[in-house]
Design a protein around this ligand. Structure first.
Ligand SMILES: Nc1nc2c(c(=O)[nH]1)N[C@H]1C(S)=C(S)[C@@H](COP(=O)(O)OP(=O)(O)OC[C@H]3O[C@@H](n4cnc5c(=O)[nH]c(N)nc54)[C@H](O)[C@@H]3O)O[C@H]1N2
Ligand SMILES: Nc1nc2c(c(=O)[nH]1)N[C@H]1C(S)=C(S)[C@@H](COP(=O)(O)OP(=O)(O)OC[C@H]3O[C@@H](n4cnc5c(=O)[nH]c(N)nc54)[C@H](O)[C@@H]3O)O[C@H]1N2
Ligand code: SF4
Ligand SMILES: [Mo]
Length: 701
């Protein structure tokens, strides 16, 4: 029996980007484990990915190309050959492109975070075609834009250092679910005496294990952060030297903060004044008086609301006010992605665009429902005639799902989906193409929660007739007659183009060294901003952003209320008085893994957590079926009456496959297509609903 261990990387959209060791026996992967040597992974994987072989060898894996035979959405297909599939796609795309290539739209996100199987050959293909560009906003662009306007890029502290912090504020983040390896480090810090505080409207698995839980209403974090600044300034808990040397705009920030007394913010957030006084007092005292490391783990959960961008900006100013960056275990971490020198121009080749440097029109992925339903007369460019989906499941994950499904349901739309499984989106495809999983192809990974590049070596041969995304686009390019040499690059060649080796942060890192070693850390100082040196235009942390002022945006962190809240939409609130959020379930990764039986069994069925007082007011008993609804749609879920959800809030952990839910719907039936203040991102957690019990007779019928 031939057994070998292959060094690989977790492909999922998770800050931890774990280093994997795959055990392969006689050509079959039998075990996926965490690399004990990798400092981020420490030999441990989450439950989902330790079950990765269950997903790879799942009986429902797509193993041949398919052509739709039923109605769109019905999910009836017949197998066809690769030649038939690719000929038909090339023919359809060519004829649309001959009229207007902008009528073709790629739709992809982070089903794999790999630089090779993500936007390399695929991007080259769509660029050469002149297709519409896709604005990839569905997750992080509010926060990323805010960080760019504050620090200059998505950069922050090193998660490995956080064990020495004395205070860790876990803000809009649920690491036990979505950032496990940070949580391990936070627990070590706790054992060494750190205080852990969670800021989350929901008593998440993480919040219940922190020393203190502060539960503001969704979308009010900027008010909380500004009031913390108010207290810090009022009580002179400011690192004046750090502020003078390494920040710009303190006076403007002070003026703004003075408008947010703890009383004002407490009213906006729906929390006790003492929460704010206590937290700001502790943060300032530890950092400024005692020179102890204080850390903020900010995460994307708090920027999925109207004011998400400005809220991130407000929180991101806190560590600079108190000089927390002086310590390696201090500062803030939202994302480390901006540290990575990646050669996107080589990977994606935007120069292939027909009008380069003029760009085709851009479609925002977060409003794909409206985009697909646009008839081409609204001034937003031509009607969309074809969509090619890869690494994403928009019918389940994009907001206002009713419209997304109606859009993908258009009979005059040609849809191609590259997938592992027949997802909710694949059901709407004209042609489905079987893609390889991480065990069956190579890749290079950066991360957004740590600072290692990783290699993914191929562990096993592709299953059935599955092909890597790269090979699918390579073959399509050949059929379309694209002759540039980059369309012949092998995956190895693409992998070796990924790292920008001239950058000193990547000194000594290449595909060759990565694939042998598995992972390598970037060369970055332990406390990267101890003496300023932010990657912004001014080199400083920008409390006041000149760039934002020029763009007509509020240059100072501001509180922008939610779209759907009593103060901003009283009439809506009267009809739909509960704020609904739908953050990740622990055993799913977005909509990935929902079809793995053992993981779905652990989650059970779609639930809705509701506070006992809100439940009582509606005659909802624990365990009954309820319907959550608003003007956009509705979904069924089983009520869990629990004070984990604060009063006024309901929580439906997500993202369920619609077809595996009792009514064929999920939380995105209720979410809206409105966008954040910065970054054009969706507002999944800015969503008012009403909830009613569903009588058993109604369910039976
Ligand atoms: N197991 C698992 N892990 C995942 C994912 C998954 O689906 N499952 N998804 C991955 C992806 S793509 C991402 S982007 C990350 C997301 O992970 P996080 O960035 O941690 O974001 P969320 O899980 O969306 O939200 C985190 C917490 O924020 C809270 N929250 C919601 N609204 C607000 C608010 O307005 N203010 C504050 N302070 N808190 C709020 C939620 O209740 C939740 O407990 O996780 C990644 N990891
Ligand atoms: N209500 C609500 N909606 C949300 C969120 C929420 O918290 N609440 N979170 C939002 C966030 S943060 C995000 S990031 C998005 C995530 O949205 P998506 O990026 O669409 O993520 P997934 O749902 O995991 O779908 C990824 C798909 O890619 C496929 N895939 C994986 N690897 C490959 C590959 O190598 N090749 C091909 N062809 N396919 C592959 C997987 O099988 C899977 O079906 O959802 C957003 N939607
Ligand atoms: S999903 Fe996250 S925690 Fe789980 S193995 Fe992948 S990177 Fe690690
Ligand atoms: Mo995400």
């Amino acid at each position: 029996m031939a057994t070998r261990i292959v060094r690989a990387a977790c492909p999922h959209d998770c800050p931890d980007t774990c280093a994997l060791l795959v055990t392969v026996e006689d050509g079959r992967a039998i075990k996926v484990a965490g690399d004990p040597e990798h400092p981020g992974t420490q030999g441990v994987l989450c439950t989902k990915v330790s079950r990765y072989t269950e997903r790879t060898y799942h009986p429902d894996r797509l193993l041949t190309p398919l052509r739709r035979v039923g109605k769109k959405g019905e999910g009836r297909f017949e197998p066809i050959s690769w030649d038939e599939a690719l000929d038909e796609i090339a023919e359809r795309l060519s004829s649309i492109a001959a009229r207007n290539p902008e009528a073709i739209v790629p739709y992809s996100y982070a089903g794999t975070m790999g630089l090779v199987q993500g936007e390399s050959m695929a991007a080259r293909f769509f660029h050469k075609l002149g297709a519409s560009l896709l604005d990839r906003t569905i997750c992080a662009s509010a926060g990323a834009t805010a960080l760019r306007h504050t620090y200059g890029a998505s950069v922050g502290m090193d998660m490995e250092q956080v064990v020495d912090a004395k205070l860790i504020i876990i803000w809009g983040s649920n690491p036990i679910t979505s950032n496990l390896h940070f949580w391990t480090r936070a627990q070590e810090a706790k054992r060494r005496g750190a205080t852990l505080v969670a800021i989350d409207p929901y008593r998440s698995l993480t919040a219940e294990k922190c020393h203190r839980h502060i539960a503001p209403m969704p979308g009010t974090d900027a008010a909380l952060a500004l009031a913390m600044m108010h207290v810090l300034i009022r009580d002179d808990l400011i690192d004046h030297d750090y502020v003078a040397r390494n920040t710009v705009g303190f006076d403007a920030l002070r003026e703004r903060a003075m408008q947010f007394s703890p009383e004002t913010a407490a009213r906006i957030c729906g929390i006790p004044v003492d929460d704010i006084e206590w937290l700001a007092g502790l943060y300032g005292k530890l950092a400024v008086r005692e020179r102890q490391p204080v850390a903020i783990r900010l995460n994307y959960g708090m920027q999925r609301v109207h004011g998400g961008g400005q809220a991130v900006r407000a929180v991101a100013c806190l560590p600079s006010l108190v000089g927390a960056w002086r310590e390696a275990a201090g500062g803030l971490l939202l994302s480390t992605s901006g540290f990575f020198p990646v050669d996107n121009a080589a990977l994606q080749r935007p120069d292939l665009l027909p009008g380069w440097p003029n760009l085709p029109r851009t479609i925002n992925m977060s409003t794909i429902g409206d985009a697909l339903l646009d008839d081409g007369t609204t001034g937003n460019g031509p009607k969309i005639e074809a969509v090619v989906v890869y690494n994403s499941n928009p019918v389940a994950v994009a907001p206002e799902s009713g419209k997304v499904a109606a859009g993908f349901g258009r009979d005059d739309l040609f849809t191609v989906v590259l997938e592992h499984f027949r997802t909710d989106t694949a059901d709407y495809a004209d042609i489905v193409l079987p893609a390889t999983t991480q065990l069956e192809h190579i890749d290079v990974h950066k991360a957004y929660g740590h600072t290692y590049f990783l290699a993914n070596n191929q562990a096993v041969e592709p299953l059935g007739q599955a092909l890597p995304n790269t090979e699918i686009f390579r073959r399509l390019a050949a059929r379309m007659g694209f002759t540039e040499s980059c369309f012949a690059d092998s995956d190895e060649a693409i992998a070796s183009q990924a790292v920008l080796r001239e950058d000193k942060r990547a000194a000594g890192i290449s595909w060759d060294s990565l694939k042998a070693r598995g992972w390598q850390k970037l060369n970055i100082a332990k406390a990267p901003f101890a003496e300023g040196g932010f990657p912004s235009a001014s080199g400083k942390c920008e409390f006041y952003s000149e760039t934002m002022a020029r763009e007509g945006l509020d240059p100072v962190p501001a509180y922008v209320p939610p779209y759907e809240a009593p103060s901003s939409a009283p009439e809506l609130f009267a009809r739909y008085p509960l704020a609904m959020i739908s953050p990740p379930a622990r055993n799913f990764l977005n909509s990935t893994f929902v079809n793995v039986d053992s993981l779905r069994a652990t989650e059970g069925e779609p639930h809705l957590d509701i506070h006992p007082l809100d439940a009582a007011a509606r005659g909802i008993a624990n365990g009954v079926q309820v319907r959550a609804f608003n003007d956009r749609g509705s979904m069924l879920a089983r009520a869990r009456v629990t004070d984990r959800a604060r009063q006024g809030l309901v929580v439906g952990l997500s993202i369920w496959w619609k077809k595996l839910a009792p009514d064929g719907k999920n939380a995105n039936e209720l979410t809206s297509q409105r966008l954040t203040d910065l970054g054009r991102a969706p507002v999944f957690y800015d969503c008012l609903v009403e909830v009613e019990p569903v009588p058993a007779e109604a369910l039976a019928s």
